[in-house]
Design a protein around this ligand. Structure first.
Ligand SMILES: *[C@@H]1O[C@H](CO)[C@@H](O)[C@H](O)[C@H]1NC(C)=O
Ligand SMILES: *[C@@H]1O[C@H](CO)[C@@H](O)[C@H](O)[C@H]1NC(C)=O
Ligand SMILES: *[C@@H]1O[C@H](CO)[C@@H](O)[C@H](O)[C@H]1NC(C)=O
Ligand SMILES: *[C@@H]1O[C@H](CO)[C@@H](O)[C@H](O)[C@H]1NC(C)=O
Ligand SMILES: *[C@@H]1O[C@H](CO)[C@@H](O)[C@H](O)[C@H]1NC(C)=O
Length: 818
């Protein structure tokens, strides 16, 4: 097939790749020759004759008496082996993954017609080629981990053996990685672990939609062929290309994974084709030989060169008609950078006829006007060590193969069993998930250890989390029905939903491209999974299937505190209820600040992030902006201001440093909000009233705060209780963090306010609070357990306003984390 003219022009503009990768081990042998030669690149293949690599003297150097014109000299000499003996010994300095390429060019010489040669090849006693013969030029490429200092290649002739050239070089780090490879099987998700220990044989390496790439164009000297011969319905696809160098992102693919040219060309859906429906797949079918249902590593390369902006492209990937990856969203996978290379590995079986079929097609998430799917590159590698070869060659090897395959199938069965167990757990959610089986397309997160359960069993770590399937969430939210939306935040939309067991939940679905994004998502899971507290909204589960980022929280029936203060039809809360809510929220926040070893700053305390359950118990929500305490200073400057207008610590602007006292400031604003029942910022008011904290403090300083108290509660509040409350709120909003109380102090003061309200004098004459330091650090006697509904936290034995974290923890444990 002729390339379109513009593609030809384009190819001459493409930058010539300089091979920047330097392998640690690098052996290039020109077999059977006395001279060094370069081949397809500037790399020099050294003569094997004089070298110390050859470990047998029973071999023959052969050269082609009639070399065809233009054939590389590398292919016109060969080394012939007549008997079995270790043939080449190469000393390795790196025990990682290596490439091994064996070049065979079967020419005809007087005594040897290389086309008739039949032999096997072993590497460190592992059989790579089995009674092999060829009548055309082939390069056999293997990718394997060698963990011995010597690599020994043995040719095992049936009649005689030959080889023209050998390449052995170390692969870039992490070229084949162990975790996170999805095993494509019907109706489930399984993980293929331990991939790097497998011997892989390259079967196909395809530059989809582009030109043939030779070792010249590839930093690992690979050859990439065109896809035309494998494309099933040619009219379904058209070429896409770009002249821009791909935007490589760390965490995505690198130049060593595939060269620029692979990512700069692709096939996309040919939507101009009138004969096709609006939605269709593009499919390629690759014969892979090697028998039926053989495991293959399928590495797919993607780079969104077809979209004009982010979040336009969503598609599904199928391997042999099985869903391999649903709703691929390259924008989200590539950290929101367009045209950045990404690859994903699958382990899949070939079909009954020894083929691997790959399809890409539109996802349900596609915008109907922008239905599309792409593919930039394909590599298919046979997983050799899992193949039980039926042909033997020598008794010893038969034993080896049998042992190997028995062991292999045991390992495989065990894997299947583990995967099965894992999958059942996903369904029935009875037990803890082991961390190694988690599949996430984002490599850098694969170490995140998250345990989970559905039924709320507390794991040995003292926390519980849960992975929930996308399908369950989808059905529980009526496929994200817009009428179930209960909120919209920086992270995405929040839906009301239910799980299979009918628990009501709030489902927070991250939109790709949202302000927060993946790091926050994972920070939120990590933080929330460690935290269980009566006054913190619990994470019920999460879903990071494919490109989704979904958090599932306990559902809070009464919604945000704000909607019970103003701007809604809810009946106003009583003063006592408000105090209980403030105390609850302070407890939650106090637990965040002191209850974990590091201390967590919430960063976005406001009345919409304090939620009420059915019994008006307050819980602090939204840890998406949370950051662990002390070490946050440097990182914070670069992440920019987060938090909400009107609640933001003014000192934070001056010093660009967020501390737990920033939360105290925001909490002080909430206290004023609770008292005055008006927004923290109301731009419609006259200038001096816009900012609640400023305005309230002005009144407080005048001693006239009662003038602006919410009319609904003004006559319920005892003056002593108001006084204490106002002092506390004012201290929280001090200009400087050092002048603000800790949240522990605030908690004590609020409890005291409640006591004053319950049992204090009706008028303002006796200062019942006189012996309590306003910052709460002085000692005081408890006047019996407080009457609020949260007594489980009130052990009544603390002598200081500051609970230490072990106390909080022990209290937490006795409450089974709730
Ligand atoms: C081939 O190259 C090696 C290393 O550069 C050198 O030591 C050797 O002499 C060369 N052999 C020939 C025949 O040029
Ligand atoms: C591989 O090499 C590393 C560092 O060179 C060494 O620490 C490790 O023990 C080696 N592993 C094996 C299996 O030889
Ligand atoms: C991985 O597989 C290799 C060979 O199949 C085996 O020797 C090794 O112990 C395995 N490692 C793990 C962690 O399963
Ligand atoms: C690959 O390298 C060859 C040799 O330098 C060059 O002629 C060809 O244009 C390159 N192909 C591409 C697609 O860059
Ligand atoms: C794409 O192929 C898969 C697997 O064969 C199939 O299930 C799916 O329905 C196809 N999609 C379209 C839009 O034809």
């Amino acid at each position: 097939m002729a390339f379109p003219l513009n593609l030809i022009i384009l190819s001459s503009l493409l930058p010539l790749l300089s091979a920047t990768f330097t392998p640690q081990d690098n052996y290039l042998l020109n077999c059977g020759s006395n001279t060094n030669t370069s081949f397809f690149s500037t790399r020099s293949f050294l003569s094997d004759s004089s070298s110390s690599f050859l470990s047998t003297d029973r071999s023959i150097s052969l050269s082609n008496p009639n070399p065809p014109p233009n054939s590389p000299s590398l292919y016109n000499t060969a080394r012939i082996f007549l008997t079995k003996s270790p043939s080449y010994k190469l000393h390795l300095t790196s025990n990682t993954t290596h490439f091994l390429r064996l070049h065979f060019s079967p020419f005809k010489a007087p005594n040897f017609n290389l086309k008739t040669a039949k032999f096997s090849v072993l590497v460190n006693a592992f059989p790579l080629l089995n009674t092999f013969s060829t009548n055309s030029v082939v390069v056999k490429e293997f990718i394997l981990k060698i963990d011995s200092p010597v690599l020994e290649i043995t040719f095992l002739p049936s009649n005689f053996a030959f080889v023209n050239a050998i390449e052995v070089f170390s692969a870039p780090k992490d070229y084949i990685i162990d975790q996170g490879t999805k095993r494509v099987v019907p109706d489930s998700t399984q993980i293929f672990s331990n991939l790097s220990s497998q011997v892989l044989e390259t079967v196909h390496r395809i530059n989809v939609g582009g030109l043939k790439l030779t070792p010249f164009n590839d930093s690992l000297w690979r050859t990439w062929l065109v896809d035309d011969d494998y494309l099933l319905l040619k009219g379904a696809a058209k070429r896409a290309w770009t002249t821009h160098t791909p935007n490589y992102q760390s965490g995505g693919a690198s130049r060593e994974i595939a060269p620029d040219n692979v990512y700069m060309t692709a096939r996309e859906m040919n939507r101009d084709n009138q004969e096709l429906q609006a939605r269709f797949n593009i499919s390629w079918e690759f014969p892979v030989g090697g028998g039926r249902r053989v495991l293959h590593l399928v590495r797919l390369h993607f780079c969104d060169i077809v979209s004009s902006s982010l979040n336009q492209l969503y598609f599904n990937v199928f391997i042999n008609d099985l869903l391999a990856y649903r709703d691929v969203d390259l924008s989200a996978l590539n950290f929101h950078v367009l045209a950045s290379p990404f690859y994903v590995d699958f382990v899949a079986e070939s079909d009954g006829e020894g083929r691997v079929r790959i399809s890409v097609g539109p996802s349900d998430l596609s915008n109907p006007a922008r239905v599309n799917a792409i593919l930039n590159g394909v590599e298919i590698m046979r997983v050799v060590s899992s193949v039980s070869s039926k042909k033997g060659f020598g008794k010893k090897n038969v034993v080896w193969i049998v042992a190997g395959s028995v062991l292999g199938s045991l390992v495989f069965l065990a894997l299947l069993f583990l995967c099965g167990l894992w999958f059942c757990r996903g369904k029935k959610s009875k037990t803890k998930r082991s961390e190694s089986t988690g599949w996430t397309p984002l490599r850098r997160f694969r170490n995140s250890s998250i345990s989970r359960t559905t039924e709320g069993t507390v794991s040995s770590n003292g926390y519980q989390t849960l992975r929930i399937s996308f399908a369950e969430i989808q059905s529980g939210t009526n496929n994200f029905d817009k009428s179930l939306v209960i909120g919209v935040g920086g992270f995405g939309m929040v839906f009301k939903g239910s799980l299979k067991d009918n628990t009501k939940v709030a489902v927070k679905r991250g939109v790709p491209g949202s302000r927060q994004g993946l790091p926050e998502f994972l920070s939120e899971i990590t933080i929330l999974s460690k935290i269980r507290h009566r006054h913190l909204v619990s994470l019920v589960g999460y879903c990071e299937e494919q490109s989704e980022m979904i958090l599932v929280y306990e559902y809070m029936d009464k919604g945000p505190l704000k909607s019970h203060l103003y701007g809604s039809n809810n009946p106003p809360l009583t003063w006592k209820q408000r105090l209980e809510v403030c105390i609850g929220a302070a407890r939650g926040l106090h637990y965040l600040h002191t209850g974990s070893s590091q201390g967590i700053i919430h960063r976005d305390i406001k009345s919409t992030n304090i939620l009420l359950d059915n019994n008006y118990v307050a819980k602090v929500a939204d840890f998406g902006l949370s950051r662990s305490g002390p070490c946050l200073d440097e990182t914070h400057v670069s992440t920019g201001v987060k938090g909400s207008f009107g609640y933001l610590d003014p000192e934070y602007f001056r010093r660009q440093q967020l501390t737990d006292k920033s939360d105290v400031y925001s909490f002080g604003v909430v206290l004023f909000e609770v008292l005055c029942a008006r927004p923290a910022v109301d731009p419609l008011l006259v200038r001096e009233q816009v900012n609640l904290a400023e305005w309230a403090i002005k009144w407080q300083k005048k001693g006239m705060l009662h003038q602006i108290v919410d009319k609904n509660i003004a006559d319920q509040i005892k003056p002593c209780s108001l006084k204490k409350f106002a002092e506390t709120a004012e201290k929280c909003c001090a200009d400087y963090g050092v002048d603000r109380p800790t949240i522990g102090d605030v908690l004590w003061n609020l409890e005291h306010v409640l006591q004053l309200q319950e049992s204090g004098p009706l008028d303002d004459n006796t200062d019942a609070a006189a012996h309590v330091d306003a910052t709460g650090s002085g000692t005081r006697e408890r006047q019996g357990p407080s009457s609020d509904s949260n007594t489980e936290m009130d052990n009544g034995d603390e002598t200081s306003g500051i609970l230490n974290s072990s106390q909080v923890f022990s209290q937490l444990m006795t409450n089974a984390g709730r």
